[in-house]
Design a protein around this ligand. Structure first.
Ligand code: ARG
Length: 471
């Protein structure tokens, strides 16, 4: 097949080289952005008198019919045409004749590919933002449904202090709200229009880049043509934010996996979100959570891969930069799938409130409250800590919990203990006494729900900004 750049070549491209250098297998997913960018470019060329109005019309009609063909599955992409840009341009010329060759005036694939990835990423940020909100809503639903369930809170994976299950779940809500906020930053960094940079140095034609930017709903344009075609920092910002988001999902996955084990049995995932074993008939495995935890690795990998690809590149465009897309696409797909499946998994999981309750009653997680009791009676905290530590040691030696001790036994450790000690170290008291701002008390968790509602509303308005003009 003859190449669009074939003029100076006397031999055909080696077939293996065609395959090796081609990106059409993965960049074809940017067809809509490529065509919209070309239509805006052709409109601008005609507005600036660089091509005639009828020529622009022929080009735009041709591009519109190609778009329809691709969407109808009637377009065959050719490896020999290397990438999405040349597949479309070549077909355009076949369809409308040599006037199609005017589309690439004042443009290079270097600024074209940068434009496409900016537009594609903007659209997907909106989709990912939507899915973050849906997962946050699922978390709030689960937390509200089980808002009085008490469980042990852990540090070092050792039972630490009683907490509300809802408080635990809402921690992830707030992490996701910061993921959303980071995504806003990525969107702003991506809302920057590179077209018109040409190959690297700008163009000799009197183009109007601001016109193209406004046609394509970009707020700003790159100030420097070499920057515009060389940098991929917007993708790196996306991959960084995606990595942090996946790290959060991986942590909740780890908890879901632990909690659904027989050892914990704090939750049970529904059958629809688990798989079985081909050999062990009794098994029900939390594959979704495991796979999200596993896929976190590939997203981190994509971030490292692109950082490494970009780090040694001289300005301006180098073919190495073609490596920017697969990791970005895979990250988008991974995030979208993980967020979607997670929301439905959480909504359908059963919370074993009785098991959590039994766990929190049969341990020493009320020990801090016992120390706080003594402090409120005037003992310095360090001494109170020591007294309670001795009580715990006594209990361990006598197979008792703190709640099992008689007042006489309590008094062996400190005369400050009175009959009200049992009320003070009941798990319900322990939870509700933690009503410092951000703490686990019922009123604290109610406040979290109120704030969560406000955050969700604000995020919805930001989604509308993300949506505007997306292709
Ligand atoms: N397929 C290329 C990429 O993804 C498009 C830009 C090619 N530019 C070039 N001068 N070879 O980066």
């Amino acid at each position: 097949m003859s190449k669009l750049w074939g003029g100076r070549f006397t031999q055909n491209t080696d077939v293996m080289v065609e395959e090796f250098t081609s990106s059409i297998s993965f960049d074809q997913r940017m067809y809509a952005q490529d065509i919209a960018g070309s239509i805006a470019h052709a409109t601008m060329l005609s507005k600036c008198g660089i091509i005639a109005a009828e020529e622009a019309t022929a080009i735009i009609d041709g591009l519109t019919s190609i778009l329809a063909d691709i969407e109808a599955g009637k377009f065959s992409f050719e490896i020999a045409l290397e990438d999405i840009h040349m597949n479309i341009e070549k077909r355009l010329t076949e369809r409308i004749g040599t006037v199609g060759g005017k589309l690439h005036t004042a443009r290079s694939r270097n600024d074209q590919v940068a434009l496409d990835t900016h537009m594609y990423l903007k659209r997907e940020i909106k989709n990912i933002g939507t899915l973050i909100i849906q997962l946050q809503q699922a978390i709030v639903e689960v937390a509200e449904k089980h808002k009085s369930v008490i469980m042990p809170g852990y540090t070092h994976l050792q039972r630490a202090q009683p907490i509300l299950f809802a408080h635990h779940m809402m921690a992830y809500f707030f992490m996701l709200s910061r993921d959303f906020r980071r995504l806003e930053g990525v969107w702003e960094g991506t809302d920057l229009m590179p077209l018109g940079a040409g190959a690297l140095a700008g163009t000799t034609f009197p183009i109007d880049r601001h016109f193209v930017a406004s046609k394509l709903n970009f707020s700003e344009i790159y100030e420097n043509s070499m920057d515009a075609v060389s940098d991929r920092d917007y993708i790196l910002e996306f991959l960084s934010c995606a990595s942090i988001l996946m790290m959060h999902l991986s942590r909740i996955s780890e908890e879901i996996i632990l909690w659904s084990s027989s050892e914990f049995s704090f939750i049970e995932l529904d059958d629809g979100h688990c798989t079985g074993s081909s050999i062990m008939p009794q098994k029900k495995n939390p594959d979704v959570a495991e796979l999200v935890r596993g896929k976190t690795g590939r997203v981190f990998g994509h971030l490292m891969a692109l950082l490494t690809t970009a780090k040694g590149l001289p300005l301006a465009y180098n073919k190495d930069l073609q490596e920017d897309k697969e990791g970005m696409f895979d990250t988008i797909d991974t995030l979208k799938f993980s967020l979607t499946v997670y929301a439905s998994m959480l909504r359908n999981m059963k919370v074993n409130d009785k098991v959590m309750d039994a766990a929190v009653r049969n341990d020493f997680s009320n020990a801090t409250d016992m120390a706080d009791y003594l402090v409120k009676k005037g003992l310095p905290f360090r001494q109170a800590h020591e007294v309670v530590g001795k009580c715990v040691a006594y209990c361990l030696g006598h197979s008792k919990w703190l709640m099992d001790l008689s007042l006489a036994e309590f008094k062996q450790f400190s005369p400050l203990f009175e009959a009200d000690i049992l009320e003070a170290i009941k798990v319900e008291t322990c939870v509700d006494a933690r009503n410092s701002y951000g703490g686990t008390s019922s009123s604290g968790v109610e406040r979290e729900f109120t704030i969560a509602e406000q955050i969700l509303q604000k995020q919805q308005t930001i989604l509308e900004i993300f949506t505007k003009g997306n292709i």
